[in-house]
Design a protein around this ligand. Structure first.
Ligand code: SF4
Ligand SMILES: [Zn+2]
Ligand SMILES: [Zn+2]
Length: 174
């Protein structure tokens, strides 16, 4: 944050209190075209974490679309991510946005599992249609918790069958 800028939320500070960023502009505002060091960002974050108005500061910067500096412990990229509309839960995009943020969401998790199951079922149907049975089909049946079918089991047994001449087990080329 810039010391010279006095947004409204600063007036909520108790009289005589200074924000932790006061007097440390070099940590919060970075010269144009210069990337702050990781250490500077972490130090700024640590100061913001002790600030009594951190939430209001971050909220102000997000609403104002501040593109520079650290505000409320957030970098410009983090503020942009907060400002971006979140995709709806239960969609693929919603699931991906949780993964990117390392969040857990039961709705998205279940929807993702349902989609994965659908895709596996479709692939299994293709394996049966195109090959009758296959190793991939066998693995999909296991993954889906289905009983393995006769055709896929037969392909697997043939694949792992012992070499007749040596009596040793070997893997044939798929
Ligand atoms: S949250 Fe950080 S940038 Fe905002 S006023 Fe407090 S110390 Fe300064
Ligand atoms: Zn969700
Ligand atoms: Zn099968």
């Amino acid at each position: 944050m810039i010391d010279a800028v006095l947004p409204d939320f600063l007036h909520t500070l108790p009289a005589g209190t200074r924000t932790p960023c006061h007097g440390r502009p070099e940590l919060f505002v970075h010269p144009i075209r210069s990337t702050p060091t990781k250490a500077a960002v972490e130090e700024a974050r640590a100061l913001c974490a002790q600030c009594p108005i951190q939430a209001a500061c971050a909220d102000h910067a997000v609403r104002r679309g501040e593109t520079d500096g650290i505000w409320g412990g957030l970098t410009p990229a983090e503020r942009a991510a907060v400002a971006r509309p979140r995709p709806a839960c239960g969609t693929d995009a919603g699931w991906r946005s949780h993964v990117q943020r390392d969040e857990s969401c039961l709705t998205c998790r279940e929807a993702h599992d349902d989609r994965l199951r659908e895709q596996r079922l479709e692939r299994l149907a293709r394996e049966h249609d195109e090959h009758g049975g296959s190793l991939v089909g066998y693995r999909l049946e296991l993954l889906l918790g289905l009983p393995t079918c006769v055709r896929c089991r037969a392909v697997r047994q043939a694949y792992y069958a012992p070499r007749p001449s040596s009596g040793k087990w070997y893997r044939r080329a798929a």
